[in-house]
Structures are given as structure tokens and as C-alpha cells.
Design a binder for this molecule. Structure first.
Ligand SMILES: Cc1cc2nc3c(=O)[nH]c(=O)nc-3n(C[C@H](O)[C@H](O)[C@H](O)COP(=O)(O)O)c2cc1C
Length: 121
């Protein structure tokens, strides 16, 4: 487990990495927007046949990343995304995680007895 975790810092063998930062003065919505950007980056990479790995682990060494890429304090380093053409024969790339069923991820709310919706004016 520790050996595998350490591979974060070898970019899992990827030849490229993007460092994702956000304006440090902006609140949670800027971070949320950046998450949307990251999700689309991952989908775009996948659509081009690339493998891309979002890695918050890289942000844990943000002082090194700041020095190396001259990133000022007005930016927060959120994560890195390592990417490149994946090796389909590598065992890690054949591993598939499962997805939680919809009812575990969504709390469905319909009419609640005794609770009236607000009257629209
Ligand atoms: C924002 C974010 C940060 C992540 N950070 C790490 C990380 O630092 N190290 C790591 O091994 N996996 C990290 N992961 C998880 C993997 O990159 C990947 O999403 C996971 O292996 C599941 O992949 P799958 O959903 O395609 O099966 C992170 C995922 C997300 C969305």
C-alpha cells in the first residue's frame, strides 16, 4: 500500500502533469468551479484515448510545486493531474472500481406528510 501510494510522486509513470490552482482569495464556489474544470479535463483526456489521474497527493507537496513553477501565494494549489497514453497491460489499469447504487447516492424526497411547500406569490 505504501509503495503504491509513493507512486503518486512518480506521477504513476505518466510523462505529463498539469498543476491545478485556484485564486486563493475566492471562496468555495471558485473551488467548485475548478472541480467542474477538472472533471471536464478528465473526460476530454479520456475521449482522446489518454489516461488522466487526478492527484490531491501532489498538493501535499505544494511548497515544492510553488518553488519549481514559481506559483505565488495568491494561488492555492488544489491538485495535479498526471496524464499520458496508458499502458493497457499494466495490472493497475485493468482494475475497475464499482459504483454505488443510485439509492445510496441520492436521497429522494417527495411529499412529506405534515410539511407544506412555501406558497409562491
Ligand atoms: C479530486 C481527486 C483527487 C484524487 N487524488 C488522488 C491521489 O492523490 N492519489 C490517488 O492515488 N488517487 C487519487 N484520486 C483517485 C484516482 O485518481 C481515481 O479517481 C480513482 O483511482 C478511481 O478511478 P475510477 O473512478 O476511474 O475507477 C483522486 C480523485 C479525485 C477525484
Amino acid at each position: 500500500s505504501a509503495r503504491q501510494a509513493f507512486k503518486n510522486f512518480e506521477l504513476f509513470g505518466a510523462p505529463h502533469a498539469a498543476v491545478i490552482t485556484v485564486d486563493a482569495d475566492q471562496g468555495p464556489y471558485a473551488v467548485l468551479d475548478t472541480g467542474v474544470y477538472v472533471a471536464n479535463f478528465l473526460l476530454a483526456a479520456h475521449s482522446l484515448g489518454l489516461g488522466a489521474i487526478p492527484q490531491a497527493a501532489l498538493a501535499t507537496y505544494s511548497s515544492f510545486i510553488r518553488d519549481y513553477f514559481a506559483i505565488k501565494d495568491d494561488r492555492s494549489v488544489l491538485l495535479g493531474i498526471s496524464f499520458g497514453y496508458p499502458d493497457p497491460d499494466h495490472p493497475a489499469n485493468g482494475y475497475r472500481t464499482s459504483r454505488a447504487p443510485l439509492d445510496q447516492a441520492v436521497h429522494w424526497v417527495r411529499d412529506r406528510p405534515g410539511v407544506s411547500p412555501p406558497a409562491w406569490k
